[in-house]
Every structure is written in structure tokens, then in C-alpha cells.
Design a protein around this ligand. Structure first.
Ligand code: SF4
Length: 409
């Protein structure tokens, strides 16, 4: 049985491939690309049908972060000309969230820059969640505030949060190359705190920071092991004014291979195409929908996405449908696992472990940047061209939250 038959058979059974098989997906050639997408598409349809979950980012606090994540436009010392503002008021955030939900989003992702929240920040977010849920009790809320201290995850859960986003971003071995102000272990600890409090864990990666294929496979297997219910796959947006501004290491073909590898390793997990979708997949975005079952609607934290209506048109034109508020995202067996992990032992239709509320993802400290002083992997496929510099595609967000202009939804 060849590689793709093996991966498809395993994925349809919900089994995880070997590390070597995952690496082999990244080494496939352009001639094999459509076969790779088709194989990953079979696995995607087995567990998620043709549904696309829409998520909407609200940047509660933008820029001026004391952390030094190389990929991030909000980092310490960033010269990127992004919007900078302090905490939105609850009604401002609720207005932004409402626009996203009206556009078709079932999940709102509340994100704030910073190392981690103070207890006062948790109060602010609690008030914001109350304002959002008052307007629409069915909306899922994912929170992303950085590293959590003891009891903060429990407070967010009690206040109505459904999920917490904290990305691992890259492999443990290379984590120190992208950030020095916190560690990979810190990030793992926060994902575990969130999961332990009964929040759905949303944790993903950033590709295109100069990492090797081995790094990508390492972080994707680590996310599977960590029990992430949702895996956002960010493609580095090389913002001018950040250390990785010149890192253009991705092609649409490479992005599709990465998405397929993530899908095979996480067959029954929500896989979300996150930041960098428009910049790197470009006209190949619809093929990405055959592999991933979730995207962000509209804009990202500090950069603009394509028009929300263009997202909806793309989904329809590609033969997919927007996942409704009443539909479960995760397959039932995954929702049950999530519920058991949170200690509530419920089924997919119960209040504290519903598939609709026990999945997730976000962008939090997420759909942003990249790293990139490493050399391209020596074993990269010969067909893998280095992407051209396309900084014309990076558009700093100037509308929506923190501005007087209407949000893109
Ligand atoms: S990723 Fe998050 S913690 Fe890191 S610099 Fe950006 S906002 Fe700060």
C-alpha cells in the first residue's frame, strides 16, 4: 500500500500516522500535490463532512507587548505600524463580536497582547464575555490572554468561556530561537491549565519561520499528545519592522502539504487555517478547505484578511457549507474525550462538554508572525521553490476593533 493509501486508511479509522509518514507528506512533489489534498480531504470529510467553522477575532488590546516573540508585530521593540490601543470596553468588544456573528461566525476569539493577564484583566474579560453572551447566549467564546497563573483558567471557565487558545508555535528544540522571554514549557503549562479547568484547548503552530520539516512534525505530534481540540495553522506574516520581515519561506504548495500533514496527524481534530491564509495560499485557498475544516472570517489581529463576503463566497463556490451554531464541530468521540478531561463526563449534547462548545481555536498571540534566521531545511524537496517576497500582500489592519471604521465581517 502506498503512502497516501496508508494515511487515508489510518485517518478514516482515526489513527495517527508514524512520524516517518508525516515527514513523507512534507516531502511529496508538486506532481503529487492534488493526490495529497484528495487523500487528506477524504479524512476531513469522514470526521467533519463539508462543514466549515467560522471564527471571528476581536483584538481586545493591541501592541505594546513586553514579550519578544520574533514573529509577532506586537512584540517588544516592534517597528510595525500596527494599531496600538489598550483594553476595549466590554460594549465595544461586544459590538465587534456581534458583527462577526452576524457574518456567520459561531465562535468569537477574544485576544489581548501581553505576557499574561492580571486578575483585573480576567475581570475585564469576564465583563466582556457577559456582554457578548447577553446579546447571543449561543456564541462560543475562546479567550487568548497569554500565560495563565493558577486559578485564572477556572475563573474564565466559570465566567462562561468555552475555550482557551495558546499556541505552541514551533518545536521544543527551536523554541528558544523565536522567543527568549518565556519558554516552550511555559506554553505547555498554560495549555494544560486551560484543559485542566475544563476549557477546550486550542493550540497550534506557525509555519514559515525557517523551521525544518522535523520541527513541524515535532510540534504537530506534540499538539496531538497535548490533546488540543483545535489546531490553528498560522503561516508567518513577515511584517516590516519585525525580526522576520524578510522570511518568505512558503509557497501555496508548501502550505497545502503542511495542512495535509496536520490533518493526517490530527484526523478528528478541528484544523483551522489561521493567519497568513490570504498571503501564502492566495488563489489556492479553496484547496485548503478540502483539508482544514475551520477558518477565521475577515480580519486578523493586526493584519487585514480578505473581505468577509469573499470568505463566504469561497466556501460556497468550493462546495462547502458554513457550520451552524447548533451543529457540533468535533466528532462525538472527541467531544466525549474533551468532556472527560474536564471532569464533567458528559456527552456531546450536554452543557459542559458539548461538541459545539468543546472545540476551538483562535488566533491569540496567534495569527501573527514568524521567525526566520534558520537556513531552509537541507532535505527540502527539490521541487520546493523559495517564495518570492510579497510584502505587497501584508496589509496592516486599519478597521474594526480600536478604530472608528466598521469591522470586516
Ligand atoms: S505573540 Fe503574544 S506574547 Fe508574543 S509578543 Fe505577540 S502578543 Fe506578546
Amino acid at each position: 500500500m502506498d503512502l497516501l493509501d496508508t494515511l487515508t486508511a489510518k485517518g478514516l479509522r482515526g489513527e495517527v500516522p508514524t512520524r516517518e509518514e508525516a515527514l513523507a507528506v512534507l516531502a511529496t512533489t508538486d506532481d503529487e500535490l492534488l493526490d495529497v489534498v484528495a487523500a487528506a480531504g477524504k479524512v476531513r470529510r469522514r470526521w467533519f463532512g463539508r462543514r466549515v467553522k467560522l471564527n471571528y477575532l476581536v483584538n481586545l488590546k493591541s501592541g505594546l507587548c513586553p514579550e519578544d516573540c520574533n514573529y509577532c508585530s506586537q512584540r517588544l521593540g516592534s517597528k510595525a505600524e500596527i494599531l496600538k490601543y489598550t483594553w476595549l470596553k466590554p460594549d465595544q468588544a461586544a459590538d465587534a463580536a456581534r458583527a462577526g456573528v452576524a457574518g456567520g461566525a459561531k465562535r468569537v476569539c477574544l485576544v489581548a497582547s501581553g505576557r499574561g493577564p492580571t486578575d483585573r484583566d480576567i475581570d475585564r474579560v469576564t465583563d466582556t464575555m457577559a456582554a457578548i453572551k447577553e446579546a447571543d447566549p449561543a456564541v462560543e467564546i475562546c479567550v487568548c490572554l497569554g500565560l495563565l497563573s493558577d486559578n485564572q483558567a477556572e475563573r474564565l471557565k466559570a465566567a462562561g468561556a468555552d475555550a482557551y487558545n495558546h499556541n505552541l508555535n514551533t518545536s521544543e528544540a527551536t523554541y528558544g530561537d523565536i522567543t527568549t522571554t518565556h519558554t516552550y514549557a511555559d506554553r505547555v503549562d498554560t495549555v494544560q491549565k486551560a484543559h485542566g479547568a475544563g476549557l477546550s484547548a486550542c493550540s497550534g503552530l506557525i509555519a514559515g519561520m525557517g523551521e525544518s520539516d522535523e520541527d513541524l512534525v515535532d510540534v504537530v505530534f506534540a499538539l496531538r499528545e497535548l490533546g488540543s481540540d483545535s489546531v490553528p495553522v498560522n503561516f508567518l506574516i513577515p511584517f516590516e519592522g519585525t525580526p522576520l520581515a524578510k522570511e518568505w519561506n512558503l509557497t501555496p504548495q508548501r502550505c497545502l502539504r503542511i495542512l495535509a500533514m496536520v490533518r493526517f496527524v490530527n484526523p478528528d481534530t478541528e484544523v483551522r487555517i489561521a493567519g497568513g491564509r490570504e498571503v501564502h495560499l492566495r488563489s489556492m485557498q479553496p484547496l485548503g478547505l478540502h483539508v482544514a475544516n475551520s477558518i477565521f472570517l475577515g480580519d486578523y489581529l493586526t493584519s487585514e484578511g480578505q473581505a468577509g463576503q469573499a470568505d463566504l463566497d469561497m466556501i460556497k463556490d468550493a462546495g462547502f457549507e458554513v457550520e451552524g451554531a447548533g451543529e457540533a464541530t468535533l466528532p462525538r468521540h472527541r467531544a466525549d474525550v474533551a468532556a472527560a478531561a474536564s471532569g464533567c463526563g458528559t456527552t456531546a449534547s450536554s452543557p459542559c462538554g458539548t461538541a459545539a462548545s468543546a472545540c476551538g481555536s483562535g488566533g491569540g498571540c496567534g495569527p501573527c508572525g514568524g521567525h526566520g534566521h534558520a537556513e531552509p531545511a537541507a532535505d527540502a524537496p527539490a521541487s520546493e521553490p523559495v517564495d518570492e517576497l510579497r510584502d505587497d500582500l501584508v496589509k496592516v489592519r486599519r478597521r474594526g476593533a480600536g478604530t472608528e471604521l466598521a469591522p470586516n465581517s
